[in-house]
Design a protein around this ligand. Sequence first.
Ligand SMILES: Nc1ncnc2c1ncn2[C@@H]1O[C@H](COP(=O)(O)OP(=O)(O)OP(=O)(O)O)[C@@H](O)[C@H]1O
Ligand SMILES: [Mg+2]
Length: 843
Amino acid sequence: MKDKFILTAALDYFSSVSTREIVEKLESNEERGLSNEEAALRIKEFGKNTIESKKHKHFLVELLSHFKSPLVLILTVAAVISYSLGETINASIILFIIVVSIAIDFYQERDARNAAEKLKQSVKSKAQIIRDNVQIEVFHEEICLGDIIMLSAGKIVPADARLLFAKDFFVNQSSLTGESFPAEKKSDVTNIDKPNLPDLSNIVFMGSSIISGIAKAIVVKTGAATEFGKIAANLIQPETETDFSKGIKEFGYLIMKVTIVLVLFIFLINAVLKHDLLESFMFSLAVAVGLTPELLPMIMAITMSKGSAHMAKKGVIVKRLSSIPSFGSMEVLCTDKTGTITEDKIHLVKYVDKEGNNSEYLLLLAYLNSFYQTGIKNPLDDAVVSFQKVDINNYIKKDEIPFDFVRKRMSVVVTYQNRNILICKGAPEEIFKSCLINDQDKVAANKQYEMLSNDGFRVLAIATKETGADEIFTKEDECEMELKGFIAFLDPPKMDAYEMIAALNTIGVEVKIITGDNLLVTQKVCEQIGLTVKGFMQGHEVNDITDEALQRRVKDVTIFTRFSPEQKNRIIMSLKKHHHAVGYMGDGINDAPSLKTADIGISVNSATDVTKDAADIILTQKDLMVLKEGILEGRKTFGNTMKYILMDLSSNFGNMFSVAAATMFLPFLPMLPVQILINNFLYDTSQVTIPTDNVDESYIKKPQRWNLKMIYSFMFIFGLTSSIFDLLTFYLLYKYFSVDEAQFRTGWFMESLATQILVVFIIRTRLVPFKQSNPGKKLVMSVLFCLAIGWLLPYLPFAPRIGFDKLPGQVILFIIAIVAIYLFTAEFVKRFIYHRFLKNVAS
Ligand SMILES: Nc1ncnc2c1ncn2[C@@H]1O[C@H](COP(=O)(O)OP(=O)(O)OP(=O)(O)O)[C@@H](O)[C@H]1O
Ligand SMILES: [Mg+2]
């Protein structure tokens, strides 16, 4: 751009000069837009229109970042020490372990992430822009300075832009300015000294949502230079911590504490008793590596990405991977009514005057209101407009006052024979409030309304008022109106809603409805879909009730009616106090806050951008049954991650515990550091396939949740059992078979590897292994493969150089026997734990 000033100019400047000047300086064209070449050049020069500073990391940078993990650092230290001591073989083995671990980690995680990214793309918001004289749709990030954008209701503003033209254009810019009501925007030049953001009435800001109207604008700031970009760090809320992520964190701390204590203990004992500091140090390092659940991040990444791929096939797109386990733990699902539980097509069936007589005039009023309104596409107005064509030639639109969820009504002002008429339609309760109406008429009107609602109709009231010749109308003009009558809609439940409610019931998810509609209609719908109503609550009741009282109340309420977006949000927050994971499903702009607050926000692909943006999960198909599949998939993810954690705690942990005990009694190290590392490496590799494992049918029948009690009991009871067997092995090898050091280590290596790896078949299920529950093929293969390598290792030519020695046949038989007895014992210990401690836990 020739004029460099324009790149750094403040928004005040763009607000205060003519649109012609701006278009000129930005070298754009109001009609034709930028050329595609020019746009490409600008994106190259100024970067993409995104506020994420994270650029796509280079392959190498990403690879190197894996070296930062403490575990790899420990291993590297161990390799260097080994090398400097002249133990080249040991050093090469450790190096090999480092390289292979990083390679596995890197590829698996990269794969998982790429797959997830691709899916996300398919539900990302797009904007309408003009380039080379054609209107096209592009992702927000592809927008550049000088682009001409077309804005309409329901869209998100993609960048800071100056309006060139606007009609009845209202935006919600509360995240930037804090104003809770929609702000009207016009293209006129402003002339305010030192304006604040809300004063810039001809500028729209990135991230605002458009409530009504249409506009054309030119982009003046993109990416980090936008107002949104400047405060993005504060606006992007930290990811709400889910039950699962909290659990994982707790688990991490637990492991860390145990590791520190155990490793220090081992180091001190060794240093004091055996006086070889360096060897003790290496040994402690190896134990630390053995204890670390190094695969956990990878296992989680793979299980979740596999889960999201499965869900995508069924039409469920996961935007935020970490919401998958929450999906599996979801105990309550709150949903709005229209479009989710009911068909997204509503039909107009009645138009009656106050007395309940059919009235063509009422249809005309309704039609004028719906036809001329430019708010977010909504089923009610669609139904009126598509009902029947009405001749409105003599009525010219003058203005409109857009809908909001507090007023629950909207108005259009038309000019007819030189008179201005305001036509307002909305929730009857709200309309009555702003009408001039005597008590007798009010009773009659309420009766009409009730009758229609009782029949299961969705009802709107219509009122009018003759107004002066004002140019601008605001919501204050909606007063002293005259009630004209009602329109009624049929809003039938979706075909599969009944089935869905039943299905969710069988898998332990409770459904609640939170709607802006009234009680009678909602009760009718519940009847039709077979939802048992425990109790109900009305929106206004929420306003003067404390959080504590609300929390007590929500448990026993199934339907919440006449709820505003803020009130919906409060219910979600209260429910979160009771339940481990609360889901919310909705498709309207009014559902966005609740979608964010809930642990799992679910929306549909046809929803507005604002709504989809707030959701974690998007259903791409109309059919509701996919929801059940998604929940089950979430539970599988939960289950497989849990398996890894339980494995790590019980067997791995038990082994390291034995090491600690053994160092006190044995005159030599029970296993050499490098042997421990190999052992741990083989164990880990065998577990890489856990994400592909089958999950028991009975396990996914109930919501899963993080259970610290179970984790602790597994850790102690299993750890102890495996240690007892280890110590028994030590004793017999040392005293009974009187093998030498090398053979002792070989024997223990084989025993500990086999017990550690094979116990996965027992821990992976609560049922009887192989009889009632079969492991996945890949898991069986990886386990057997790693076991075979481990058991063959002592017989390879270089084995003596890493301290292994062949074992006599009878010792091998003894080890096989010990392993078999251990596995049987483990099976009984498992049953004991589930029986004793976890009676109420899902199987
Ligand atoms: N386009 C409209 N014109 C007039 N009034 C409307 C319009 N849309 C909604 N209303 C009124 O506002 C109320 C709340 O809006 P809406 O029903 O969309 O809320 P909701 O919580 O999304 O409900 P639902 O569960 O049915 O989706 C409606 O019951 C209706 O009375
Ligand atoms: Mg809705």
